[in-house]
Design a protein around this ligand. Structure first.
Ligand code: SAM
Length: 271
């Protein structure tokens, strides 16, 4: 008979990952695992755990095995249809909140919403905002919708290619944010680590990494109100190129902000 103690002892994963997978397979909190560590476990839960261990050993991200990831203090459902939200992206949300906080009726658009992490975090932190979010992927939007419903966030979801998704939406946004695919298709990181398991269409634009960033900057003028802001997440070496794009398309107050590692991670400007 397997117990928490025997499974933990025989598992080659890091202890924290072993514990998280056991908690999820048994649907029990850490305190239960500690208090019942030599009790025989249900066979179905043991098999679920062992299956996850094999997949984790093959490199599958913990977030996909657990089916969730925390972002801005909220737990988001994630599936292989969506990018796993990254802590770096919280810089984009915090910058957006600096602009929209306490502004009732402020209109916000999150493009390429994936799990809905950005749009939902903004809607929850700023209940007076009117938040729209779009994605080209119907499968991603299904996850985003479920997250919005479960977390109680009012977001208007749209499917389609960048601004084409907004066919029935009034222009005049106060803020557009996006964390688009910005990895160049030739980048060797795409075949390493977690990225191997995430949707390619969420990671790379299939070109030099600037194509989608460029499309979003180019189209923003028609969708922002005068004085509205555009903030974009981008790659570690793309800040100068994104600032130049913003300036070339009539944005003022152009600047970049660093992520938790001190890398210029987001750039934005005001129309
Ligand atoms: C890097 S992921 C960001 C996901 C989420 N916003 C986050 O930060 O965790 C990029 C998202 O853009 C979407 N996307 C890719 N190409 C698109 C396009 N042409 N139009 C709209 N969305 C697109 C992908 O489906 C994916 O969900």
């Amino acid at each position: 008979m397997s117990t928490v103690r025997s499974l933990t002892a025989s598992c080659r994963l890091p202890r924290l990952e072993t514990r998280m997978l056991l908690e999820q397979a048994l649907r029990r909190p850490r305190a239960w695992l500690l208090a019942h560590d030599d009790e025989p476990l249900p066979e179905a839960a043991v098999q679920l755990f062992l299956g996850w261990v094999r997949r984790r050993e093959a490199g599958e991200p913990m977030a996909y095995l657990l089916g969730e990831r925390e972002f801005m203090g909220w737990v988001f459902e994630v599936t292989p249809d969506v990018l796993i939200p990254r802590p770096d992206t919280e810089t984009l949300v915090e910058t957006a909140l600096d602009i929209i906080r306490d502004r009732s009726g402020v209109r916000v658009l999150d493009m390429g919403t994936g799990s809905g992490a950005i749009a939902i975090s903004l809607a929850l932190a700023c209940p007076g905002a009117v938040v729209h979010a779009s994605d080209a992927s119907n499968a991603a939007l299904a996850v985003a919708r479920r997250n919005g419903e479960r977390l109680g966030a009012a977001v208007q979801w749209r499917q389609g290619d960048w601004y084409a998704a907004l066919a029935d939406v009034e222009p005049g946004f106060d803020l557009i944010v996006s964390n688009p695919p910005y990895i160049a298709c030739e980048d060797p990181h795409l075949v390493l680590g977690d990225l191997r398991f995430e949707p390619a269409t969420a990671l790379t634009d299939g070109a030099d990494g600037l194509r989608d960033l460029c499309a979003i900057v180019q189209g923003a003028g028609a969708w922002l109100r005068p004085g509205g802001w555009l903030w974009l997440e981008h790659g570690w070496d793309q800040a100068p190129a994104v600032r130049a794009l913003l300036q070339a398309h009539g944005f003022a107050e152009v600047s970049s902000r660093c992520d938790l590692a001190g890398t210029e991670r987001i750039s934005g400007g005001r129309l």
